[in-house]
Design a binder for this molecule. Sequence first.
Ligand code: HEM
Length: 316
Amino acid sequence: MTSYHDASNVYGSTLEQSNNLRATIGGVLSANLATRPGNLPPEDTTIDACILDPTDPNDYCPLGGDHRISEVVFLGANHVTWLRMHNLIANELRSFGNGWSEERLFQETRKIIGALQQHITYDEYLPAMLNLNYRSAFCLTPSCQVYSSQINGAIKNSFSTAVLRMGHSQIPSAIGYVSPNHNSISNFPLRNHFNRPNLYIREGGTRVDDMQRYVTSQGAAATDRQLELEIADHLFTDGVLSFDLGALNIQRGRDHGHHNDIDLYAGALSETPVPGGELGPTFSCLFALQLRDLKVGDRFFWSRPDPVTGFTAGIT
Ligand code: HEM
C-alpha cells in the first residue's frame, strides 16, 4: 500500500500492478466475466494465503490492489465494492460520449474513487473516531484546506505498528448476510473465514451485497483493550494451531522499539476515551497527526480548490 490516500488498495502500488488490474477497454478494471452477474475481481493464480472451499467448484482466489484481499471476508467484499464502483463510474463517464481515450476514462475514474475514499475517511470516519477539538487542531475539518510541501505524508512507524491497529479491537466475532429487506440475518463465526474468500465469491458474487448490509447494520466491537476470541485464540487457525492478533501487535511494537515501561499499543488502547471520541488522548493525538500529514502533505487532496489538481465545478 502507498502512504498517500490514493486508493492503492484498488489499483495497486506500482504501475505494473495497476496495468494487471485494468481491462484494456473503456477505462474499467478487469472483472471475472465467468461470474457475471456478480462482477467479481479477476483470479489471482499466485497467492498462497488463500484457501478454497472444496464444496464449491466455482470458488477462486481474487486479485486486488492489496495482497491482503483474502485475509478476511469483509475486507474482500469491500475490495469488490470498490471494483464495482470504479466500473460503474467509468461506464457512466463513457456514456457521456466525449470521445475520451481509455487512459483518460481510467484516470478520471481513479481520481473520483480516490476522492470518495478521502471524503469517507475525513468527513464520515474521522468524526466518528476523533472529537471536534482534535479535528480542528489538526486541520481535519472541511474548512481547513491547506497544502504544505514541507509536510511529509509518509506513514509513521508508530501509526502502522500501533495506532491504526486499534482497529483490531473493533473486529466483531462474526460475519454474515443480511437480506435485502433486512428480515433475515445469517451469522458465521469469523474463525472459519480467514484466508477463505468463498462467503462472498459464491453464487456468482451476489452475496457481496448481503455481506455489506451485515457489516453496515451490525456495528463494530467497542474500541477498548478487549479483543474478540476469534482473533485472539482462533486467528488463521488450522484447527489445532492459531495466532493471537493482540500478541502479534505487542510483539511487533517491541520489534520497532515501542516499549519503554509500557507497550505503546497496550497502554494507549487501555486509556479512557476522550469525551466525544473513540480513543484515549495518546492515540487520538497520534491518529490526528498522521491524518493531518496525509491531508496537508497531499498536493492532490480531493477537496482543495487548486486550478491544476482540484476538481472542476459540477454542472448544475
Ligand atoms: C478480521 C480483520 C483483521 C485481521 C484478521 C487482521 C490481521 C492482521 C495481521 C495478521 C496483521 C499483521 C500482524 C503482524 O504480524 O504484525 C495486521 C496488521 C495490521 N492491521 Fe489488521 N487485521 C484485521 C483488521 C484490521 C482493521 C479493522 C484495522 C484498522 C482499522 C487494521 C489495521 C492494521 C494495521 C495498521 C496493521 C499493520 C500493517 C502494516 O504495518 O503494514 N486491521 N492485521
